[in-house]
Design a protein around this ligand. Structure first.
Ligand SMILES: [Mg+2]
Length: 429
């Protein structure tokens, strides 16, 4: 039977987000996401979710009419169409920007994942089977700790729910010192069963962050620990403070900026290096291999151009002796489901993946939020991604988007609301 795209619906949403600190500033009360639905002539609805950004949304609106009548199996042609329409991403779109601002990879990821969801539903197979099949039934994730101010995000800013219990209560608490970080880790691990821990750093002076990592080691013993200052430490700080904590780290994520600095520092240390900042595209790979800038690539299907491209990255990583794991932004269950299908398919899996999911409290999929068991998420059952959109919930979060007035992520502006003298510095400490 003929199968073609009849309609594409693009819905920007805003999800409440706690005041999390990072090298780029402070998370706003809302994180933006964009949900794409591809409806076919046969009535199949395929979905995907990407980071929200007005420019990307406009580009999706621009390309959507061109895809009316498109066969969703034709993903190579879709890629060419996107490149012919928008050109390639500018080389500086990642560069020193605090986070990934590339347009083309986001557009392709949004459309590719929704097409794969369609194909899965059309063929009655889960997406993991479209990626070559399941290597594991469940995918482990890491506890993702943040330095944070008190509050859980939302309409009133840092508003609190005094009736919250368990992790819902703990996620509102401030964590600005080693004890706060340890308390946060205990609450998060108790709730989700995580068996690896990452601290987002770059927010406080290196000695304070080293003390937090040592306190985590003290509390959690042999639990694998990671620290990620988002490349905002100097080479000197990284060498002297990194040496103090390297023995307790499973890997160190982007201590310094750029492949050259990463490679130089890596040679002087005895801890594996990971990145989601210096090697972020296939174009970066030759120089990564030449310099050996990292040991682990933290992929992200939203940034590497979709799920099939991530499988190609997996093969490249095996060829050049890199491990592969995953980066995350604030996200909901559609992105999580896609990450789980991919995580279940990649053969070279040795590190629990990142996820911000515990920091979010809302959901747009039927049946509510996906469950973690012992820190892992089972591959969703059913064809495609195995999730269905809850249109009422989607509408409600779209209303948030319309009301909150945000059009792109800007953690610097949010930080300046708290500390007017603060400005983003690519290298701070
Ligand atoms: Mg990172």
């Amino acid at each position: 039977m003929e199968l073609y795209i009849e309609k594409i619906v693009i819905t920007p949403i805003a999800i409440t987000d706690p005041p999390l600190l990072n090298a780029a500033g402070l998370h706003a009360s809302y994180a933006l996401r964009t949900v794409v639905e591809i409806i076919t002539n046969t009535g199949i609805a395929g979905v995907s979710e990407i980071p929200g950004n007005e420019e990307v949304n406009k580009a999706l609106e621009e390309i959507a009419p061109l895809l009316r009548g498109w066969d969703p199996f034709q993903l190579n042609g879709l890629q060419r169409l996107i490149h012919n329409t928008f050109g390639a991403d500018k080389p500086d779109a990642r560069g020193d920007a605090p986070w990934d601002q590339r347009k083309v990879v986001h557009i392709f990821s949004a459309l590719e994942v929704a097409c794969l969801d369609v194909i899965g539903k059309y063929t009655d197979r889960p997406v993991v089977d479209l990626l070559g099949g399941k290597m594991r039934d469940e995918v482990p994730f890491a506890a993702y700790l943040f330095y944070k101010y008190e509050g859980a995000g939302g309409r009133l800013g840092f508003d609190m729910d005094p009736s919250a219990k368990g992790w819902a209560a703990a996620r509102q608490q401030a964590a600005i010192d080693p004890q706060g970080v340890v308390d946060q880790a205990k609450a998060m691990c108790r709730e989700f069963g995580f068996q690896s821990i990452k601290l987002k750093g770059g927010a406080f002076p290196p000695n304070e962050e080293v003390n937090a990592m040592l306190a985590l080691h003290e509390e959690f013993g042999g639990m694998p620990l990671r620290h990620d200052p988002n490349a905002n430490w100097t080479m000197g700080s990284a060498l002297s403070y990194g040496t103090k904590m390297q023995d307790v780290l499973e890997y160190w994520e982007d201590p310094v900026r750029g492949q050259k600095n990463m490679a130089e520092l890596r040679r002087q240390m005895k801890v594996p290096f990971a990145t989601n900042m210096c090697t972020t595209s296939f174009d970066d790979f030759p120089e990564s291999v030449r310099l050996h800038s990292e040991d682990i690539i933290l992929s992200d299907h939203h940034f590497w151009g979709g799920l099939k491209a991530s499988m190609e990255l997996s093969r490249l990583c095996m060829t050049f002796d890199r491990a592969l794991s995953m980066h995350s932004n604030s996200h909901l269950g559609i992105s999580l489901a896609a990450m789980v299908h991919l995580g279940a398919a990649i053969p070279n899996f040795s590190y629990a993946l990142d996820t911000h999911y515990p920091w979010q409290s809302e959901e747009i999929i039927k049946g509510g939020r996906l469950a973690f068991e012992n820190g892992a998420v089972a591959v969703p059952e059913g064809p495609g991604l195995g999730v269905e959109l809850d249109h009422a919930a989607l509408q409600s979060l779209h209303n948030n988007y319309l009301e909150c007035g945000l059009t792109e992520r800007n953690d610097e502006i949010e930080m300046q609301k708290v500390n007017p003298d603060w400005s983003f510095k690519p290298v701070r400490w």
